[in-house]
Every structure is written in structure tokens, then in C-alpha cells.
Design a protein around this ligand. Structure first.
Ligand SMILES: Cc1cc2nc3c(=O)[nH]c(=O)nc-3n(C[C@H](O)[C@H](O)[C@H](O)COP(=O)(O)OP(=O)(O)OC[C@H]3O[C@@H](n4cnc5c(N)ncnc54)[C@H](O)[C@@H]3O)c2cc1C
Length: 374
């Protein structure tokens, strides 16, 4: 029988939730993490992680340098007609699947004593002044002093919480495959198509991740993912070649839809939101995983002193919210502006023509989407 009283309750076992869990558990706090899926599992994500996270992930005890991961230092982008631009990635990154990374982090969390409830969906919670939180699953309840919600881009919890971004129906869907295809392991490629873009880069074991963002109206008009790929994505000649020649390693793609890039709040009613639940950056800007991990570090730094009685909950909350905005607000704004350009066919072609002669502008834009090592 697992215990039901903890210092920390964490909803969602993606990178934000797991990194938060490991840090608090390393300091001997009692941590429970709730994940509705069973590890390991596939997740929609481009699986390119900016090098800003390398040190932090390694410090959590994940032996990245032993995993022989592809190191990525080149960005290539095609416009919907297939014209290419190439740009070195100053900071660069590496490729690893979420299937592998989340599994390694979950194992690491358990090594430090985190109680992981997998296959367990959180339904709701309550906060009582002076007592803390009670969290409810379908058949149990658990108590904790702090509650971090790292439930990702979109969850039934957002409807229950009546969060404002849920009122606006967003038009995006995202699709991911693992493929075998002769990719350059040091390059991430972004192919644009009408109303969307598709990233491809190497991950572990000689595989590549192929992940795209498309418009729900195009899917509706085409009737199926396959028809969307054949009639919309394949208008870009590079994508046509990939869809013809690659070996697709899943029977079906992993698909998500209707998530929002609208601004979100980081603290509501004493619940601390981290990762995509605190703010989702358009995948074009590449670095949602690093933001999720960095956000977990900021949450730990703000709330660990509170648990030790160093300062009040109110001070911890305002420290976290302030540092989150300081680190990520500009990136999110840049991400949303780039999304507006790359999500639309004519604008993408025009943007390509405009920036083609200006290498320093291109490098500046790439730099704005990456953060610094944390
Ligand atoms: C198309 C696309 C491509 C992307 N490509 C990249 C990329 O190449 N590089 C990059 O850095 N970022 C990329 N991102 C962003 C990145 O995937 C996210 O920013 C990152 O996964 C955020 O991590 P997280 O821990 O906040 O959320 P997640 O990893 O989504 O984890 C949330 C977890 O919460 C669980 N959950 C939800 N509700 C409940 C509940 N009620 N109870 C229990 N568990 C629950 C979910 O099952 C999930 O495991 C991409 C995003 C998209 C949409």
C-alpha cells in the first residue's frame, strides 16, 4: 500500500514534472508524481533538445554523454516550394526520443525515492489555507504541502480549471513518427508547407524523428492524415521524397490537436504550473523541452526554501512567477511572431526572400529562440 501524505504532489510526468520531482527528492523531500500513461510511451515532440539543457539533465543523473546521441549544429529550412536556407546553430543541440528520455528520468526519480503513480489520472484538487492540498484520482486522495501541475499543453484538467485559453478553439494539430531515412545526424531540417511545417532530425539508434504541425481545416478538407500528407505536405518536394522513401516505424502516428499558444498563468490559487502548462512555445522555435526543464529548476529554487521555512508561500510564488517571466516572456513572444509567419504559405515565401541576404538577421532570430545554459 503506497502512502498518501507527501510534501510535494506533482501532476504529469513529462520533463517538467520529472525534473521537479528529482530535484526535491534529491533533498529528501517526500514527492509523489502522477502520470496518466504507463512508461515508456511515445509523445508528440520534435525531439531536438537545445544544448542549454545538457548540463542540467546530466546533473539530474542522466548519463547523456554515454548515450552516443546525435549532436546537431546545423539548421536547414525549406519554403513550401522547396527552396532551402542553411544556418549554423550557434549553441546547437542533440536528439533523443521522449520514449527514452522520459523513461530514464522516471527511473532516476524512483532511485531518489519519488513515489510514481503511473497509469493514474488526476481528476481534481482542493487547497485549504494552513493545511495545503488534497489531490483526487478516480479512487484515491493524497495530501501535500505544495502542488505542481506539469500536465502539458492540454489536459482535461484545463477544462475543469476553466482556464481562459480553453475558450478559444485553436486550429492546430501535430503528428509524429519515428522513421529510418538517411538524415544528416548533425542537421535539423524544417520543411514548410501550406499552413504548417515539419521538422526532421536524428535521434538515438540511427532513427529519425519526423514531426509536423498542420491546420485542422486542412485535415478536415482532406479527410485523413494520409490524404493530408499526400496532398498538402507533399507539395513540398523534400517532404514528398521523405513520405515516399522513408521506413515508418510505427503502425500509426502519435497525434494531438487543439492546443493553444496563448499566454497562460504560472500560479493560480497556490498551484504552481510548470512546463507547457505554464506556457507553450510554438515548436518552430524549437525549445519547449528546455523551457520545461529550466522552469522546473526555477520552481525548485523558489519553493525549496519555503519548505525549509526560509520564507513564506507568497514570497516563493512571486519569486517563481517573476523569474519565469524574466527567462521566457521574450522567447514566447518571438515564438508567437515566427509562428504567424511560418504558419501561412505566402508569408513564409516572402519571409524567405526577405531574410535570404541577411545572415546576421537570421542568426539573431535563431539566437532569440535559444536560451543560455542553466
Ligand atoms: C509538434 C511539436 C513539436 C515539438 N518539438 C519540440 C522539439 O523538437 N524540441 C523541444 O525542445 N520542444 C519541442 N516541442 C515542445 C515540447 O514537446 C514540450 O514543450 C515539452 O514536452 C513540455 O514538457 P512538459 O513536461 O511540460 O509536458 P509533457 O511532456 O506533455 O508532459 C505532460 C504529462 O502530463 C500527463 N498528464 C496530463 N494530464 C494529466 C492528468 N490529469 N493526470 C496525470 N497525468 C496527466 C501527460 O500524460 C504527460 O505525460 C514540440 C511541441 C510540439 C507540439
Amino acid at each position: 500500500m503506497k502512502e498518501n501524505k507527501f510534501d510535494i504532489l506533482i501532476v504529469g510526468g513529462g520533463l517538467a514534472g520529472l525534473a521537479t520531482a528529482i530535484q526535491f527528492a534529491q533533498k529528501q523531500h517526500r514527492v509523489a508524481l502522477f502520470e496518466k500513461e504507463h512508461y515508456p510511451f511515445h509523445k508528440v515532440c520534435g525531439e531536438y533538445i537545445s544544448n542549454e539543457s545538457w548540463e542540467f539533465i546530466s546533473a539530474l543523473g542522466i548519463p547523456l554523454s554515454e548515450l552516443e546521441l546525435p549532436k546537431i549544429n546545423q539548421l536547414s529550412i525549406s519554403d513550401p516550394k522547396g527552396n532551402m536556407l542553411h544556418e549554423p546553430l550557434e549553441l546547437g543541440g542533440f536528439g533523443i526520443s521522449r520514449y527514452t528520455l522520459d523513461k530514464l528520468m522516471k527511473q532516476r526519480a524512483e532511485t531518489f525515492g519519488v513515489t510514481v503513480f503511473e497509469g493514474t489520472e488526476v481528476k481534481k484538487w482542493e487547497y485549504t489555507e494552513g493545511l495545503g492540498f488534497t489531490l483526487f484520482t478516480s479512487d484515491q486522495h493524497y495530501s501535500g504541502t505544495l502542488l505542481f501541475s506539469a500536465h502539458g499543453k492540454r489536459s482535461k484538467l484545463d477544462s475543469w480549471l476553466n482556464r481562459s485559453f480553453m475558450k478559444k478553439k485553436e486550429p492546430y494539430l501535430a503528428v509524429k513518427y519515428h522513421i529510418r531515412y538517411p538524415v544528416n545526424p548533425s542537421e535539423i531540417v524544417l520543411h514548410n508547407f501550406k499552413n504548417g511545417y515539419c521538422g526532421m532530425s536524428a535521434i538515438e539508434e540511427g532513427k529519425a524523428c519526423l514531426c509536423y504541425l498542420a491546420h485542422a481545416d486542412d485535415l478536415k478538407a482532406e479527410g485523413s492524415i494520409e490524404a493530408l500528407e499526400q496532398h498538402v505536405l507533399a507539395k513540398n518536394p523534400h517532404l514528398a521524397k521523405i513520405f515516399q522513401e522513408a521506413e515508418f516505424l510505427y503502425e500509426k502516428p502519435v497525434v494531438i490537436s487543439r492546443f493553444s499558444f496563448q499566454p497562460k498563468k504560472q500560479i493560480i490559487d497556490h498551484v504552481v504550473y510548470i512546463g507547457d502548462a505554464a506556457g507553450l512555445i510554438p515548436p518552430l522555435s524549437g525549445n519547449g523541452m528546455s523551457m520545461a526543464l529550466h522552469g522546473a529548476k526555477l520552481a525548485y529554487e523558489a519553493f525549496e526554501p519555503f519548505l525549509r521555512g526560509k520564507y513564506s508561500r507568497a514570497v516563493a510564488e512571486s519569486t517563481y512567477a517573476k523569474n519565469w517571466k524574466k527567462n521566457f516572456s521574450l522567447r514566447l513572444r518571438v515564438g508567437r511572431s515566427l509562428q504567424a509567419v511560418f504558419g501561412a504559405e505566402e508569408k513564409t515565401i516572402l519571409f524567405f526572400k526577405l531574410i535570404r541576404p541577411f545572415g546576421s538577421l537570421r542568426r539573431y532570430l535563431v539566437r532569440l529562440t535559444h536560451g543560455k545554459s542553466f
